[in-house]
Design a protein around this ligand. Structure first.
Ligand code: SF4
Length: 312
């Protein structure tokens, strides 16, 4: 893991993804701990469920055999990831539920009007932001072609709650989706038609409409340009902390001013760094005595999940 001193010496990030920008906007102190590489001791099982779901869907859509074989291919890929990560699943986050929902999904969406080629699976990217020296990075779940509409990105979203109108409408304005549409525009050389948000609830239900939902946010070129302008402003705010003035090394605990951000509640997990933030010393003082590995896993490499499949 990186000590405070190393984080300072390494200099600011030059690539920014939605995770980094969101943490800075919600609570800079959270971003600080995150950049230090402090992570969950035991990764929550819903992370493995979501990853297995996405990998299973890509295997399903990339296979051009019969529906039965496609389903088995998807199930095999999802199961392999779950078993490799072997999370301690409970309630809905279990392998049994993953397989149940997957089969239900296949019967609900046995026929699609769009296609996903083999080369269009998860797509890591890091594109230079015009007029700056920094990059915008991320990983798109999948890229699809829909005759009559054009190119779209497909984003798979899972929830342990209900597919409420609020949950569904959130994705129409979500920064992650807008950022990915900007990235897809860089790949295509033009603004894509939009995004297909492919939502699933992990709760058991006999009704397909309670289990699955889709919507399709669209963004204009003006909206994508405005989004990236705002992203650069937030990235500048982060990079400023590395300027030579010592006073700039400040990572305020702004999460304390947002309802439920630190403590969690009603569908929100508590912040991972609650215990660290309770210490009555600055983190660089805490480093002298505290053994982070007692409570956390520590990531030694820099945050760059978009490099999983290579930069585009
Ligand atoms: S516990 Fe609260 S203040 Fe501390 S990092 Fe998390 S959100 Fe920020």
């Amino acid at each position: 893991m990186m000590l405070d001193e190393e984080l300072r010496q390494n200099g600011p990030p030059d690539s920014f993804d939605n995770t980094i920008i969101q943490k800075e906007c919600g609570c800079p102190r959270e971003l600080y701990w995150f950049l230090r590489g402090i992570d969950y001791r035991i990764s929550p099982p819903y992370f493995a469920w979501g990853r297995a779901w996405g990998i299973g869907l890509n295997a399903f859509y990339e296979c051009d055999e019969s529906l039965e074989i496609r389903m088995l291919t998807g199930l095999k890929a999802a199961t392999a990831l779950w078993e490799a990560e072997s999370p301690e699943g409970r309630v809905n986050d279990t392998l049994e539920n993953l397989q149940r929902v997957f089969k239900q999904y296949v019967s609900c969406y046995s026929h699609e009007n769009w296609t996903q080629g083999k080369e269009y699976g998860e797509l890591g990217f890091a594109f230079p932001i015009p007029g700056t020296s920094i990059y915008y990075a991320g990983a798109i779940d999948a890229y699809i072609e829909w005759p009559g509409y054009g190119a779209l990105l497909r984003e798979d979203k899972t929830t342990g709650g209900y597919l409420t109108p609020n949950f569904q409408s959130y994705w129409m304005r979500a920064s992650q989706v807008t950022g990915y549409l900007w990235a897809l525009a860089q790949i295509l050389g033009e603004v894509p038609f939009g995004a297909l948000i492919n939502m699933v609830s992990k709760r058991k239900s006999k009704n397909m409409e309670d289990q699955f939902a889709r919507n399709m946010p669209m963004k204009s070129e003006w909206q994508l340009t405005e989004f990236m302008r705002d992203t650069v402003k937030v990235a500048d705010r982060i990079r400023m902390r590395w300027s030579r003035k010592q006073d700039n090394w400040q990572w305020p605990k702004l999460g304390e001013r947002i309802y439920l951000k630190c403590s969690g509640g009603a569908g929100t997990s508590p912040c991972l760094y609650n215990g660290l933030c309770a210490a009555e010393v600055d983190p660089w003082v805490l480093d002298e005595t505290y053994d982070y590995e007692d409570e956390y896993t520590v990531r030694s490499e820099k945050w760059a999940p978009w490099e999983r499949k290579g930069d585009t």
